[in-house]
Design a protein around this ligand. Structure first.
Ligand SMILES: Cc1cc2nc3c(=O)[nH]c(=O)nc-3n(C[C@H](O)[C@H](O)[C@H](O)COP(=O)(O)OP(=O)(O)OC[C@H]3O[C@@H](n4cnc5c(N)ncnc54)[C@H](O)[C@@H]3O)c2cc1C
Length: 489
């Protein structure tokens, strides 16, 4: 929808149309007027790229909530919030069942039973999936359901540039095709996803610049554990900056991880071998690369045969083929890269941030469920549970008749200025890749933080034209600075 067609005021603005934002929208009653924003096309998000699936306990024959909790805590190195984990594991299965009501088609066997896969750190097969394109399936079906809701207005290619608190609500400045306008709301849910673009190599798409974290931080919300970053051990080792992920489910289904000598090596580092949690496998690869003096690593799943691989991993099969690798005949070159953020905007069990009326859900938030390292496939589950929690809590507040926003003041704004200087985004990425990759470089952290602080001050205080490029650079500088500030001793 065009900016000129939007209303001035909504009850709720949801920033983001990934799984957290979409599922939140579906959990509001029909009389709550919602604006949902996506900075690119509504399907473009981390959510759409998810391959492995959603982890949850849907039957108790061979699994239990306690086991899922235990696996989550072990992966998170017990830095998780136990209450948040319990809520996730106990309430999540119902949300996953509800996604089936919206048409999400998880894979089933010939008898109609759900097929569950295994990923690193899980002691049981409990991940439901749609081939290896689970995120796309979820987003496609949830988007269709949201599009049918008369109370939700969707605006694509609409970037929130800044946000301010006004009495009883928020004012958001929107940018679409070079045009600006303000909208107002009583409540706001930030569901803006990840921060991958602060790194040189990441699995995240171009929308992942940490905007929501910057917006919340600039308004004074608490940001927590932002240095808890997950590096995926097995991204395709190719020339692109956006690295194509070789899902952990490939190891779950039996792939071997090989070093440059084409030997399995995980037994040198962890008894769980290829299925140790992600941080352990990533670290082992880096240590092994130092031991052997090269960055050549491979996954070997050839023995499963072409027919099985094409059916079980069609996306990965096709993606690798595009890079000239037939996974039924060739080894897949892999190396760790940035993948996921465990920390972010601090929220409680109802997705409330530390600011009144501001909520956050999904990857931009820090619920505490992941601790220091996310258990595979727990993040889509978190996006579902906390998206719903936000919707329920905001609805409770709206029903309790909290005073509505009445201040529609629009500030005088000069948005002209110099273009963003070339090279700033590249410099941020290089600082992060050098100082805070899988094994942090203590020596580079302090210098990096100081340089990022200078970049951030320049972006904040200089007179730059307000463009998408400028806003994203400001988000990247903010997030990168906050990460290094947290770990600089
Ligand atoms: C390659 C890959 C594979 C993955 N596989 C799995 C998996 O198998 N299982 C699992 O559980 N998790 C997986 N994950 C992680 C999971 O997909 C994400 O953590 C989760 O989907 C995040 O959802 P979200 O709704 O929080 O954010 P996203 O899905 O990233 O959505 C963010 C939204 O915010 C919007 N936005 C951002 N900034 C602005 C702004 N300034 N103005 C307007 N809109 C804005 C974007 O346009 C987008 O619509 C994977 C991630 C990747 C990248």
């Amino acid at each position: 929808m065009k900016l000129s067609e939007l209303k001035t005021k909504y009850d709720v603005v949801i920033v983001g149309s990934g799984v957290a934002g979409l599922y939140a929208a579906l959990n509001f009653p029909a009389d709550v007027r919602i604006l949902m924003l996506s900075k690119q096309e509504r399907h473009c998000s981390n959510s759409s790229l998810a391959q492995g699936g959603v982890a949850c306990v849907l039957s108790f024959e061979n699994d239990s909530y306690d086991l899922h909790i235990q696996d989550t805590m072990i992966a998170g190195r017990y830095a998780n919030d136990p209450e948040a984990v319990e809520q996730l594991v106990h309430e999540g299965p119902n949300d996953v069942r509800k996604t089936m009501e919206y048409g999400v088609d998880y894979d089933r066997d010939e008898n109609g039973n759900l097929i569950k896969t295994l990923e690193g750190g899980h002691s049981r097969r409990r991940i439901v999936h749609h081939k290896d394109t689970s995120g796309k399936e979820l987003v496609d079906k949830l988007v269709l359901a949201v599009e049918k809701l008369p109370n939700v207005t969707l605006a694509d290619n609409t970037l929130v540039t800044t946000m301010s608190r006004v009495k009883n609500g928020f004012r958001l400045e929107l940018l679409q095709d070079g045009d600006f306008r303000f909208v107002f709301c009583d409540y706001c849910l930030l569901a803006t996803g990840g921060i991958g673009r602060v790194y040189k190599y990441t699995t995240n798409p171009s929308v992942a610049t940490g905007d929501g974290i910057r917006l919340a931080y600039e308004m004074g919300a608490s940001i927590k554990n932002i240095s808890y970053i997950q590096f995926h051990p097995t991204a395709f080792n190719g020339p692109n900056r956006e690295q194509f992920l070789i899902s952990e489910a490939v190891r779950g289904e039996g792939a071997y991880l090989l070093n440059g000598n084409k030997e399995r090596f995980m037994d040198r580092y962890d008894e769980r071998l290829e299925l140790a949690p992600r941080d352990v496998v990533s670290r082992s690869i880096i240590l092994e690369s130092r031991r052997l003096g090269n960055n050549n690593f491979y996954l070997d799943i050839r023995y499963k045969g072409e027919e099985y691989l094409k059916k079980r991993f069609p996306g990965i099969y096709a993606g690798c083929l595009e890079q000239g690798v037939n996974i039924a005949e060739d080894l897949i070159p892999v190396f760790p890269c940035h993948h996921y953020l465990m920390g972010g905007i601090e929220v409680d069990l109802n997705a409330r941030t530390t600011l009144p009326r501001l909520y956050a859900a999904g990857e931009c938030s820090c619920t505490g469920v992941h601790g220091k390292n996310r258990l595979a496939s727990n993040s889509l589950l978190e996006a579902l549970v906390y998206g719903r929690k936000a919707a329920e809590d905001i609805t409770r507040c709206l029903r309790a008749d909290y005073p509505a926003l009445t201040d529609f003041t629009e500030p005088e704004t000069d948005r002209t200025g110099a273009p963003l200087p070339k090279g700033i985004r590249t410099e941020i990425r290089e600082i992060m890749q050098r100082s805070y990759f899988v094994i942090p470089d203590e020596g580079a952290i302090h210098q990096g933080k100081k340089r990022l602080e200078a970049i951030l001050n320049r972006l904040r205080n200089g007179k730059f034209a307000i463009t998408t490029d400028y806003c994203e650079a400001r988000s990247l500088a903010t997030v990168a600075y906050l990460i290094l500030r947290e770990v600089d001793k």
